[in-house]
Design a protein. Structure first.
Ligand SMILES: Cc1cc2nc3c(=O)[nH]c(=O)nc-3n(C[C@H](O)[C@H](O)[C@H](O)COP(=O)(O)O)c2cc1C
Length: 88
């Protein structure tokens, strides 16, 4: 499972929180999370990870992105590698 969404006020946007809360039968599953932000990801990844862990979902990959991160592929490629390792 990959959950991605924008940062609002240094936290996940409310629809992201709502989507996580509405998950069912997550126990024992894994997820990777992505937050996009205009400047600062803030606490977003922590908030998402904790909400998922409460449901018994282990977070195995995290990516926070601001526009400057897209000037190279480095961060996105490193994240893609964690996803590929998960699926082997
Ligand atoms: C209501 C609102 C609050 C936002 N708060 C933040 C913030 O706290 N920190 C930040 O870096 N970007 C913030 N942003 C910018 C979004 O995170 C950013 O636009 C989004 O991740 C990138 O999507 P876009 O390219 O579709 O705008 C905010 C945007 C909106 C609309």
């Amino acid at each position: 499972m990959i959950i991605a969404g924008p940062v609002w006020a240094w936290k996940p946007a409310p629809p992201v929180n709502g989507a996580i809360q509405s998950l069912k039968n997550g126990k024992g599953k894994t997820a990777s999370i992505i937050c996009t932000a205009g400047g600062q990801v803030g606490d977003s990844l922590d908030v998402m990870r904790k909400a998922l862990e409460k449901q018994g979902i282990e977070v195995t990959g995290e990516l926070g992105l601001i526009p400057a991160d897209l000037e190279t592929n480095e961060k996105v490629e490193a994240f893609a590698h964690t996803l590929m390792k998960e699926n082997i």
